[in-house]
Write a protein that binds this ligand. Structure first.
Ligand code: NAP
Length: 454
């Protein structure tokens, strides 16, 4: 298996990379292990400084990074720039919060003292998806670098150019050899890496299927894992919602990154009193999006990441319609150059329709009309996923009550779901487990060791 980059707009093959040999993987693991051993003697503050430098290098190379993402997986330039800025903020957040690794005092018995210390664990394998080719990597890399865990990356095949560039920028920031290594490896080699005794953790962001395989491999090796998997987030519109805001945010949240976002608003659950107006609003905004080259600043909707992604999404839509779904906005695969997919809005999706339980990873929205808050919660929770969600309503206490009852990892009130370095990010149910970003993300792969005094 090799790694091939195909421009989603032109269909042209841009770059090809050979898969590494097992000997090359062994060399990379040896270097990573050396970094782990050496860094035990280095103060956290030293790595914090280098994290800051990495953030600055990312910002300096913002245009280059955004262009590479556009060419690898079709991200619009403005969205690519936003992703790079998030990466820089992540680096800065962890650089500025090294104090989170200070020992935490505990006491036991009649006031006897103890301290919880945070230590590095060893090599962390990071298996990442193409849809956020930089920030998904940096979410794992930044906290683990701070603690002193080396990271070896297995990136998605289609964004090999992004993986290569990110590695170069880490080098430009002056990080130690072994701190971060991109590996062009096969799935079998990933299993071998996870089975290696020096590897002490694995972080996956990807599909449910990959989650089951990688979590299984981690379980076999008895190492810690975090799973950031798919979602079918509820976007609830209560009858007192600011509809102008809800319509604008629902459209932006569903069509961001051409709909290829794990925490995208995939199910609009709207209360009957405001349903007609909401539906009319999104019909217009969805249909009005201008499709085009991701490198063209005026493009509003870029092609999907690959031809197979577009074909797979069309199959899901066709199946949904065959099972009785109504088409509110008609779209789908656009024949001709580029993996274009015109936005689709579906309604009347019954619980026995396969679409009811699936994740649609592209510009396809589902609309459900319900009577009251209780039905909002019941429908939001009738899902195999639980990654994020949003609740829109002017009465914040009421919106908060609804948000608290949704079985998910994150809920945003009167704003679309997003990623913030200061806030924990992760899911429940088939959306996975563990948290990235914030203090929680830092502690996922640390040895939290208690030192107890008599
Ligand atoms: P994917 O096919 O599961 O791929 C994700 C990564 O896992 C890629 O690097 C892929 O490598 C690798 N991989 C897949 N199967 C593997 C196996 N058996 N052994 C070793 N490595 C394996 O997912 P995707 O299609 O790229 O990404 C879309 C999915 O990710 C969606 O479900 C989305 O919701 C989810 N996602 C979740 C989050 C989150 O934070 N929760 C964020 C973004 C995306 P190859 O490319 O070489 O196959």
């Amino acid at each position: 298996m090799g790694y091939t980059v195909v421009n989603p707009y032109s269909g042209k093959v841009l770059k090809k990379f050979a898969t590494l040999s097992d000997a090359e993987v062994e060399t990379a693991l040896n270097k990573a292990e050396e970094f782990y051993q050496q860094q035990k003697k280095v103060a956290v503050a030293v790595r914090a400084e280098k994290l800051k430098r990495f953030g600055a290098v990312l910002l300096k190379n913002k245009e280059k990074l955004a262009r590479e993402a556009a060419l690898n997986m079709g991200k619009r330039l403005s969205e690519g720039r936003g992703e790079v800025e998030l990466c820089a903020k992540l680096a800065e957040y962890y650089a500025n919060n090294a104090a989170l690794l200070q020992p935490k005092p505990y006491s036991y018995g009649a006031g006897k003292k103890a301290f919880l210390e945070y230590h590095s664990l060893g090599i962390i394998a990071s298996v990442e998806p193409w849809n956020f080719p930089y920030s998904q990597v940096v979410r794992v890399l930044a906290p683990n670098y701070l603690i002193g865990n080396p990271v070896v990356l297995k990136h998605a095949g289609i964004v090999a150019g992004c993986a290569e560039l990110l590695e170069k920028l880490v080098q430009e920031a002056g990080w130690e050899e072994g701190a971060f290594k991109n590996l062009f490896v096969s799935h079998d080699q990933v299993s071998k890496i996870i089975a290696d005794k020096r590897v002490q953790g694995v972080a996956l962001t990807g599909s449910e299927a990959a989650g089951r395989t990688i979590a299984g491999a981690a379980g076999k090796s008895l190492i810690k894992s975090t799973m950031e998997l798919g979602g079918s987030d509820a976007f609830a519109i209560l009858d007192d919602a600011d509809l102008k805001l809800a319509i604008a945010d629902a459209t932006a949240a569903r069509l961001r990154n051409s709909g290829q976002v794990c925490t995208s608003a995939k199910r609009f659950i709207v209360e009957k009193a405001v349903a007609e107006e909401f539906i009319e609003g999104i019909k217009q905004t969805f249909a009005a999006k201008k499709m085009g080259d991701p490198l063209d600043e005026t493009t509003e909707l870029a092609p999907l990441s690959s031809h197979s992604a577009a074909v797979g999404l069309q199959t899901q839509v066709d199946e949904a319609v065959q099972h009785g779904a109504e088409i509110l906005v008609d779209g789908g695969v656009v024949e001709g150059q580029g993996n274009f997919f015109k936005p689709v809005v579906l309604a009347d999706i019954a619980p026995d329709n396969p679409a009811y339980r699936q994740e649609f990873f592209g510009p396809v929205a589902q609309v459900f009309v319900v009577e009251n808050d209780e039905q909002v919660v019941a429908l939001a929770n009738d899902s195999d996923f639980g990654l994020a969600g949003a609740v829109y309503g002017k009465d914040e206490e009421r919106a908060h009550r609804v948000a608290s009852q949704i079985e998910t990892g994150q809920v945003f009130i009167n704003r679309p779901s997003g990623a913030y370095p200061e806030l924990p990010f992760g899911g429940v149910k088939n959306s996975g487990y563990g948290r990235e970003m914030s203090d929680l993300g830092l502690y996922e792969f640390t040895n939290q060791k208690i030192i107890v005094f008599n």
